[in-house]
Design a binder for this molecule. Structure first.
Ligand code: ZN
Length: 310
């Protein structure tokens, strides 16, 4: 009896102790842009992810709000584009959050652009100064051939930070990679109708995908990369011979539609507005779905045909 009582007391004490122990903290992620939040969720669905920007915002220019500083402070990893895309706001966030795990050179700060071959190393210019980003075009999330490399590096980094979840993360990466390869083959097939076409753009947001599809950039509504379209630049574009070759004007949801509409009125070109990054809504709620959406819209408008697959 005494022994039994002792056992019960001990057992009750053990239960109390277990209840008092904090549960394993949820893995917390700070993503600079929605595309990386979506990729993290594919690899670690249970992660608590805070995203600094939405597809309706220009990722080059956001405010270092107190809520974002707090999110960086409590995060286990920050996943960003890098290549100076966030140069205007991320350094300040990192400094104010002063999270020792999330600092340049630490495993807690992951830059996608570090794992990609960047195009056009000298044509990405900041709006305020027109200064050159020597790393190249950072809008690499729409590069079908670079994403597997980036996702692989991210998966590896996540397993280093969450070793107990390593097998699950790698398993999900392998599945993601298979899905991506299948989608890439579909884009390639749909893109055949687009090859050799050209479009008017506003900024280099879609450059990687257009180049991959073999679609030329006729002209850019921006006078210089990162500078908003001006009236004088738009007037000058009307006399640009390459404009005659263009099949459409392609802009992102976060961009001002007025310059595109101004040009459309004078040229009769259709305007295609697509999200520049993943949205909260299917099918553009994943990177693969986003690219499928963009390719499909281009195909429908530019080649005037859709095979109904996308
Ligand atoms: Zn840019």
């Amino acid at each position: 009896m005494g022994t039994d009582m002792g056992f019960r007391k001990g057992f009750a004490a053990l239960l109390l102790l277990l209840a008092a122990l904090p549960a394993k903290a949820q893995f917390r992620v700070f993503a600079c842009e929605p595309e990386w939040a979506a990729l993290v969720r594919e690899l670690v669905p249970e992660a608590d992810v805070t995203t600094a920007t939405t597809y309706l915002q220009d990722p080059h220019y956001i405010e270092a709000r107190p809520s974002l500083i707090a999110a960086v402070r409590r995060a286990d990893i920050a996943v960003c584009t890098g290549a100076s895309l966030e140069a205007g706001w991320l350094p300040m966030l990192l400094q104010r959050a002063s999270n020792p795990a999330i600092q340049p050179g630490r495993p807690g700060l992951f830059f996608a652009a570090d794992h990609a071959r960047l195009h056009a190393p000298h044509d990405h210019v900041d709006r305020s100064m027109g200064d050159v980003h020597p790393e190249g075009n950072p809008h690499v999330h729409l590069a079908p051939d670079e994403l597997p490399e980036i996702a692989g590096a991210l998966a590896k980094r996540l397993t280093e930070l969450e070793p107990e979840a390593a097998a699950a993360i790698l398993g999900r990466y392998i599945r993601w990679r298979g899905d991506w390869n299948r989608l890439r083959a579909q884009w390639q097939e749909s893109g055949e109708a687009l090859e050799g076409q050209s479009v008017v753009v506003q900024h280099s947001s879609f450059s990687y995908l257009l180049r991959w599809l073999g679609v030329e950039t006729a002209v850019d509504l921006e006078p210089k990369p990162g500078m908003p379209p001006s009236a004088s630049h738009l007037s000058r574009l009307l006399t640009e011979p390459l404009l005659k070759e263009a099949a459409a004007i392609l802009i992102a949801s976060h961009q001002d539609r007025q310059p595109a509409e101004w040009l459309a009125e004078r040229t009769g070109l259709p305007v295609i507005v697509v999200p520049g990054t993943v949205t909260g809504k299917a099918p553009a709620d994943s990177l693969g779905g986003l690219i499928t959406t963009i390719v499909s819209r281009l195909e429908t408008t530019v080649s005037g045909a859709s095979d109904g697959v996308l």
